[in-house]
Design a protein around this ligand. Structure first.
Ligand code: TYM
Length: 332
């Protein structure tokens, strides 16, 4: 059976971008693949969360994953810091990752800009840790959104370099994966690129927020002055709204608004109301379930424990071989 690995940084709550970019694929993958899905709490340390925030976010995401349908019996759903083999391999792989290539990573350049006062070494070697997450389970596929493509390219580079350096065929080359064939980019509501938790207030629609909060965000989403003449092209803001509609609305409903735009009869208020209600149809039942799971300490504990055991079993198998390959051989 082929193996998949994917993770998420716990920095708050899951939003629609996470769901359509990654989690929806996880739900399908756990049925047919040897699946490892984890909460990347070590990655989160690059932003210096307080212990309370870190633990709270991990708990939130764990509950959200379970509420969305990840089944601890079908996949390995685990917390990264429960698997010390990951930090061990990270140490070794850092020796073969070069400053120049790490500095060129788009996410590092972005972080230099956005967290000027905290440009730590963990940010620089973030792609190495991410590669280790994937390589330690010898993944064939990584279900991710489009934003992670470059990190995946670096993963292949680090894995191949290890193979060449030790003249082994040890790490397979993991490929990005999406069931639709194309990697997804879910736009945000503020009209600036992908939906993200750091995209500012109102950019992301979260699963665990009240209906009225979601409705308000959608109603405030950026639009333009409206089509000036029949069949005019969509501005970026409107194209984003249509992209969001395609994720949650029936095709015929989307078409109705596309046609209304084309003949200039569209009313953005109606379009947004439709979008909000169709989003809530998806979100509301999941949100109720999140709230139940979040209050169920015993279930969270059981899920995390099963996941840690499965992940450690796979990771320690890889590490026994890695140590041998590198030349750490036991004298006793
Ligand atoms: P993170 O936490 O930013 O996002 C988690 C997952 O959600 C996807 N995603 C999106 N997809 C489409 N449109 C969006 N607007 C959008 N926003 C987020 C991301 O592509 C990702 O799949 N570095 C990773 C976490 C990570 C990881 C890994 C992922 C650590 N180790 C190993 C895969 C394999 C990150 O920061 O994702």
């Amino acid at each position: 059976m082929q193996t998949v690995v994917s993770g998420i940084r716990p920095t708050g709550k899951l939003h629609l971008g996470n769901y359509f970019g990654a989690v929806k694929n996880f739900l399908m993958m756990q049925e047919n693949y040897n699946s490892y899905f984890f909460i990347a709490d070590i990655h989160s340390l690059t932003t210096h969360p307080t212990p309370e925030d870190l633990h709270g976010s991990v708990r939130q995401v764990l509950a959200e994953y379970l509420a969305m349908g990840l089944d601890p019996e079908k996949c390995a759903l685990f917390i990264q810091s429960d698997v010390p083999e990951i930090t061990e391999l990270y140490t070794y792989m850092n020796m073969n990752a070069y400053l120049g290539e790490l500095e060129r990573s788009a996410s590092f350049k972005d972080k230099i800009r956005t967290q000027k006062n905290n440009v730590n070494a963990g940010l620089l070697t973030y792609p190495v840790l991410m590669a280790v997450d994937i390589l330690i389970h010898k993944a064939d596929f990584v279900p991710v959104g489009k934003d992670q493509e470059q990190h995946l390219e670096m993963t292949r580079q680090f894995g191949n370099r290890f193979n060449r350096m030790y003249d082994v065929e040890f790490f397979p080359e993991p490929q990005a994966f999406s069931f639709t064939g194309e990697l997804v980019k879910v736009p945000g509501l503020t009209g600036q690129g992908k939906m993200s938790k750091s995209g500012g207030a109102g950019d992301a629609v979260f699963f665990d927020e009240d209906d009225d909060v979601t409705r308000k965000k959608i109603m405030r989403a950026k639009t333009d002055a409206g089509p000036q003449e029949p069949n005019s092209p969509h501005s970026e803001e409107i194209a984003n709204l249509f992209d969001l509609m395609r994720l949650v609305c029936e095709e015929s409903v989307v078409q109705q608004y596309v046609d209304a735009y084309a003949d200039c009869s569209i009313r953005y208020g109606d379009m947004k109301k439709q979008l909000a209600e169709d989003m809530l149809t998806l979100i509301a039942p999941i949100r109720e379930r999140i709230r139940e799971v979040k209050a169920d300490d015993a279930y969270l504990a059981k899920a995390a424990k099963i996941g840690a055991e499965k992940a450690r079993e796979s990771a320690s198998r890889t590490m026994r071989e890695v140590r041998e390959i590198i030349g750490f051989k036991k004298f006793y």
